[in-house]
Write a protein that binds this ligand. Structure first.
Ligand code: ADP
Length: 769
């Protein structure tokens, strides 16, 4: 059951996915995870970039703000001192020296950072001073003194060696001061004394400390106050007193801001900067306040933010992956259920098991599977039916074939038996002339065993050397046309046997051409003996004829003489006897002539003495010769010569006349008394045709094939009644064919019989007139 088996094997194919293959759920979960990781990473990168920038800017701005705040505080404090000294100078304009002393002492007490306050006369001598320091000394060489002369009230911070000696700092640090000097306007004329204050640098340190000490501990924020010339006035140990060249300093000249830069200690800092611009009347000293913070420390919040973002991102990615896994489960569960249903169905369940899914796609898939399975089941049933019917048909055909095969085998056996027991030699050859069959009679006749000649060429085995080329050609022609030679009529040939003895045979050739099988079937008859007998017979007849003709001619001559009255008038009875004898003698002579002709023709000794002649004249002549004979039979002979004039042929005149006379006398013989025999002469396609027409009994159908054979007569009584021999037409045919012509007849018994012959015609000239 091949069809069913193939169906079964197909349905038993792999129904479960191979174990190593991942399910749709895994793919979906993986996809979700990847997507969430991707989205998280992208979001992270973007937010990190934005947030970091913001945080960086805010940190920088904070530092800048700090710097600005510091300059502001310094300026304000400086302004306070500036204003206080200026007010004091005004107040002292009318004070006595003692009052001055009291005032300046009181002034120092109010603010500890006034390290030294002095009252200096215009020549530079110190008239009064706090704690009497430098009292009476000449300070005209001091820079602040000369600067005050030029209207400069505030002098930038500087080290004061002299005062440091007189008033050493308790901490041991070098003493540095900012000098504030105002003239005391005493009188409208003359030079004014000066009120000079040395403000301890401690002042600035205190302000800075107040601002930065809480910050520095936590965030490492360090203030650097840089003088107009770039020297660090106040700052961390590593830069204190150094002259700095930094981008931030340059930038500070243009306002407040922040920058990230590398400092001489090799570290990178975020630096906020600001320029001291003074406050109100106080012009400022052109200080620049830098607030630096180590880059690592400054941007620690940025890194922390990044860490947070990464952690959050990972968390979110994990969450999304979990959600994805869950979603994949939800999506694939109905599909798995459907697959389980299908497997159960395959194991023998019913179609109703294919459950409807929770969502449309699965329902549709289930529906599609249902209809698919229905279709498959229907197809399977149809296939089973088809298979059954096919098997039935195959069985029937097999039986029929077996029968046919048996039949063929039987036929073959029969044919083999027939061929083997055939009394005649049988040979089969293929279209190339190779022998395929050779029966026992052929073995006996030719002396070759079948096995010896099978596959060999028939021409090589049987045909004498001299005929081989012609035989090969004939064989090729037969094979090409697939028609037996001479329409299957018997053919006489000479063949040789194993010992080179020549044998005359008659062949009959049949053709088998079924496409696959192409054979020539040849039956042979050994006619050597028949030929020999024929020859002996002919020889005998010819000898007898010759021997008879001479005395008969003599007898005939004598009879003619007697009829002519050489022996005087005979009585009526005697004349009658004489006439009968003459006629018999004539008939005998005719017979003998015919026999001799036939013998001559058969032995190939018929000689033609051809010459150009006018066939019409010849026919007229023959007609004339036959007229008397016809007349005796009460028959007229007439030439219907309307259609042709002179017809030229190259022929033996006597022999052609013999043919015409024979046809005419036959027609006359078989015509009813009083009838007319008509002779016509035509020329058609280069052939001259003579036709002799009578209206006698004609040629019966069964005799037609033998009309031209020797001694052939339709009726045995003919010979007696009509005095024929049955040789005439045979001789006619030989003569006509020897001329390259043809002879034939058409006969409608009792109505019309026409015998005709054709000869190749030469020139044809129309009848004159
Ligand atoms: P025969 O000498 O007998 O005439 P032919 O060979 O001439 O011999 O003729 C052979 C036979 O053909 C005749 O015996 C006759 O039976 C038949 N035959 C020939 N010519 C005619 C004809 N015109 N009408 C009828 N039969 C004819």
């Amino acid at each position: 059951m091949p069809a069913v088996m193939s169906l079964a094997s197909r349905s038993a194919g792999p129904t479960k996915p191979p174990a190593e293959r991942r399910g749709l759920g895994s793919y979906l979960a993986l996809l979700f995870s990847l997507l969430s990781v991707l989205v998280t990473v992208v979001l992270l990168l973007v937010s990190e970039r934005i947030a970091s920038d913001q945080v960086r800017t805010s940190i920088g701005n904070n530092l800048a703000e700090l710097a600005d705040q510091t300059t502001g505080r310094l300026d304000r404090a400086m302004f306070e001192r500036y204003r206080e000294v200026s007010l004091m100078a005004q107040r002292l304009s009318s004070a006595s020296l003692d009052e001055v002393r009291t005032e300046i002492d009181a002034m120092q007490r109010t603010y500890a950072n006034y390290t030294w306050v002095g009252y200096v006369d215009p020549s530079g001598r110190v008239l009064a001073s706090t704690a009497g320091v430098l009292a009476g000394e000449d300070v005209s060489a001091r820079r602040w003194f000369t600067a005050a002369g030029q209207g400069q009230n505030v002098l930038d911070v500087h080290d004061a060696v002299l005062l440091a000696k007189l008033m050493p700092d308790p901490s041991g640090e070098p003493r540095r001061f900012v000098d504030i000097v105002f003239p005391i306007e005493r009188s409208p004329q003359g030079a004014a004394p000066l009120l000079a204050v040395h403000l301890s640098w401690q002042w600035a340190q205190e302000i800075v400390r107040a601002i930065f000490s809480p910050l520095k501990q936590t965030r490492g924020v360090e203030p650097v106050i840089v003088g107009r010339d770039g020297t660090v006035l106040l700052g961390p140990q590593d830069v204190q007193g150094q002259r700095l060249v930094l981008p931030s300093l340059a930038a500070a000249d243009h306002g407040t801001g922040f920058i990230t830069e590398r400092w001489p200690d090799g570290k990178e800092y975020v630096v906020g900067y600001s320029l001291d611009r003074g406050f109100r009347a106080y012009q400022g000293l052109g200080w620049r306040v830098l607030v630096r913070q180590d880059l690592g420390t400054a941007f620690a919040p940025v890194r922390q933010l990044q860490r947070h973002l990464v952690l959050w991102g990972l968390g979110v990615a994990l969450l999304f992956s979990a959600v994805g896994l869950l979603a994949a489960r939800v999506v694939t569960r109905p599909l798995n259920e459907l697959a389980a249903d299908a497997r159960e169905l395959e194991a023998g369940g019913t179609l109703g098991q294919l459950t409807a899914g929770p969502y449309r796609e699965v329902s549709q898939l289930g529906g599609a599977m249902r209809s698919l399975l229905q279709a498959v089941q229907q197809k399977e049933t149809a296939l089973r039916d088809l298979n059954a019917s096919l098997e039935r048909r195959v069985e029937e055909r097999t039986a029929a074939l077996r029968e046919t095969f048996e039949h063929v085998r039987e036929s073959e056996r029969r044919i083999q038996t027939i061929l083997a027991s055939s009394p005649e030699p049988f040979i089969a050859v293929d279209f190339n002339g190779r022998i395929t069959d050779w029966n026992s009679r052929a073995e006996a006749l030719f002396g070759w065993r079948r096995a010896e000649v099978e596959g060999r060429s028939i021409v090589e085995v049987l045909v004498p050397e001299r005929y081989r080329v012609a035989s090969e050609n004939a064989l090729r022609h037969v094979a090409a046309s697939a028609r037996p030679p001479l329409g299957g009529a018997p053919i006489e040939r000479i063949v040789v046997d194993r010992h080179g003895r020549e044998i005359e045979v008659e062949l009959r050739v049949g053709i088998v051409d079924s496409g696959k099988l192409q054979l020539l079937c040849i039956f042979m008859t050994d006619i050597s003996r028949r030929k020999e007998v024929d020859r002996l017979k002919t020889e005998f007849v010819s000898t007898v004829s010759h021997e008879l003709r001479t005395p008969l001619t003599a007898v005939y001559g004598s009879l003619r003489l007697l009829s002519g009255g050489v022996a005087g008038q005979l009585p009526a009875q005697g004349r009658q006897l004489l006439e009968m004898s003459t006629r018999s003698c004539e008939r005998l002579i005719r017979l003998i002539n015919d026999v001799l002709d036939v013998e001559r023709i058969a032995s190939g000794r018929l000689e033609l003495r051809t010459a150009p002649l006018d066939l019409r004249a010849l026919v007229e002549h023959a007609l004339h010769d036959t007229e008397a004979f016809a007349h005796e039979l009460g028959v007229r002979v007439r030439l219907d010569d309307r259609e042709a004039g002179e017809v030229q042929v190259v022929a033996d005149g006597d022999r052609v006349t013999q043919v015409v006379v024979n046809l005419l006398s036959n027609a006359a013989k078989y015509s009813p008394r009083g009838d007319e025999v008509l002779v016509t002469l035509h020329v058609l396609d280069g052939r001259a045709r003579v036709t002799v027409v009578d209206h006698g009994p004609g040629i019966p159908a069964e005799f037609r094939s033998r009309v031209f054979e020797r001694f052939a007569q339709a009726d045995a009584s003919d010979r007696r009644e009509k005095g024929g021999t049955g040789l005439g037409l045979n001789i006619c045919r030989s003569i006509v064919e020897a001329h390259g012509g043809t002879i034939g007849f058409e006969s409608e018994p009792g109505v019309r019989t026409a015998f005709w012959f054709e000869l190749p015609a030469g020139d044809t000239q129309p009848l004159p007139g």
